[in-house]
Design a protein around this ligand. Structure first.
Ligand code: EPZ
Length: 420
């Protein structure tokens, strides 16, 4: 578990790791080529290790040079199955479907099933791949897919799904003919994937807007690519600075990726500065209440909603937080309530009446961002908080306790027996 003795103002400078959610599709994009792909700036987190394990199971060679760089070669891939044990551990494993189909004409990928934050169906991925000529059947919990050759198609996504957009970018890059993708996700991670695919020889235009056009090519080569910094980790540290009335420079924070959060933090009373290679957040007073509603990029990121709610729990005034992306992304509410937060849930909105202070408690959460919101709540008050089930944090935050300690926080990892 992580034990936090709260009440310290965070001060100093911290560097964010590479983006987990950009790195995962990049790792699977390597399946599209026989040549070496060099990725640097990878975060040293559990999900990246799971993705590397999946690539190895498929027959790829994965050479880890140091915790943040790998060379992947997929010329030896001779398996096409993403098994349940890995997909269950990490849903993003579903992103092998597009590349495997495009390159080998077949794939067998476990259905991800629901998860703590919602049902999370994959229908948008499947219907679009069918339009491109894939035959896909559900057999005993697996999506079994095959094709005699993917062909370009005009696809209008029912939702701007990040994962579906990524699967389709990869599939369409090696398909015959041109693909027009409308209502595509515009997240920075999608843009990073498109940039890497372009380095491999793909012909993609419009990534980062709602309409992306891809002209398929016959083969893709290798690439050398540095993963973009993690905007969610960056946002988490900026919120931590504001919550503790501190001053923190977050190296790697990119203002253009965090516009809605920056606006919300400024409305709450924080002062944000763009330093070019990062951002600084300072807050000298108790944050004010601010309403936010999550939305696809460039809207307020759902992956920052729990952290922002932790801040609103101690804000001056009442705020309304609305979650529009996932139907069940409020598991942190009951844990924040155990710490004394005054939150009323109604449908997909939470009314948060800020308290001057919460109280310490042992808490745990069922997903990564909910877990980190507990850490933030722990940092803000003058009490001890134990955050259990640290494995959620370790999936997406690199050495979080070390980074927080370097900013002056009193945080330690305490080994416990059992799956904590
Ligand atoms: C990505 O998940 C991220 N994961 C999530 O981050 C993030 O919360 C999410 O995008 C939204 O920004 C990775 O990048 C690995 P979606 P993804 O497909 O791609 C519905 C974190 O904490 N939908 O954009 O799975 C879906 O249920 C994680 O790091 C369908 O209905 O998200 C959701 O309501 C958690 N059918 C909405 O669309 C589909 O076929 C957005 O999901 C696909 C999605």
């Amino acid at each position: 578990m992580i034990r936090i003795q709260g009440g310290r103002r965070l001060k100093g400078s911290v560097e964010v790791a590479g983006s987990k959610n950009a790195a995962l599709p990049l790792l699977f994009a390597c399946l599209l080529s026989d040549d070496d792909c060099h990725l640097t700036g990878l975060p040293d987190v559990a999900d990246i290790r799971t993705a590397a394990r999946l690539l190895e199971r498929l027959g790829a060679s994965v050479e880890r040079h140091d915790p943040s760089s790998m060379t992947i070669n997929c010329s030896g891939v001779d398996q096409w199955e993403a098994p349940y044990d890995l997909v269950r551990t990490m849903r993003a494993s579903f992103l092998v479907l597009g590349p495997l189909l495009a390159r080998f004409g077949r794939a067998r990928v476990s259905m991800p099933g629901g998860c703590a934050i919602g049902a999370r169906p994959v229908d948008v991925h499947l219907s679009a791949l069918r339009l491109m000529g894939a035959r896909i059947e559900t057999v005993r919990g697996y999506e079994e897919a095959s094709t005699d050759g993917l062909k370009g198609a005009h696809i209008i996504l029912e939702k701007p799904s990040v994962g579906a957009t990524e699967n389709l970018l990869m599939a369409a890059s090696l398909a015959r003919g041109s693909t027009r993708l409308e209502n595509a996700a515009r997240e920075p991670e999608v843009v990073d994937l498109a940039r890497a695919l372009q380095k491999m020889g793909a012909n993609i235009s419009g990534a980062g807007s709602s309409v992306v056009e891809i002209e398929g090519v016959e083969r893709l080569g290798g690439m050398t690519h540095r993963v973009i910094p993690d905007r969610i980790e960056a946002g988490t540290f900026l919120i931590a600075a504001a919550m503790t009335r501190g001053e923190v420079t977050v190296k790697g924070a990119r203002a253009e990726d965090l516009r809605e959060l920056v606006t919300a933090l400024e409305s709450a009373g924080a002062v944000l500065r763009d330093n070019g290679d990062g951002m600084t957040a300072r807050c000298d007073k108790r944050p004010s209440a601010v309403n936010v509603a999550t939305a696809p990029h460039p809207g307020f990121a759902t992956d920052l909603q729990a952290q922002f709610m932790a801040m609103m729990s101690i804000a001056d005034g009442a705020s309304l937080i609305t979650e529009t992306i996932f139907e069940n992304r409020f598991m942190h509410v009951s844990e924040l309530q155990r710490m004394g937060a005054d939150i009323t849930l109604s449908g997909n909105s939470a009314l948060v009446r800020g308290r001057v202070s919460l109280s310490g408690a042992a808490v745990m959460a069922t997903d990564l961002r909910a877990s980190v919101s507990m850490v933030l709540a722990g940092l803000a008050g003058d009490y001890q908080t134990d955050v259990l089930r640290v494995y959620h944090l370790d999936r997406g935050y690199e050495r979080i306790e070390e980074k927080l300690r370097s900013l002056g926080a009193d945080v330690e990892r305490v080994d416990m027996e059992g799956p904590y």
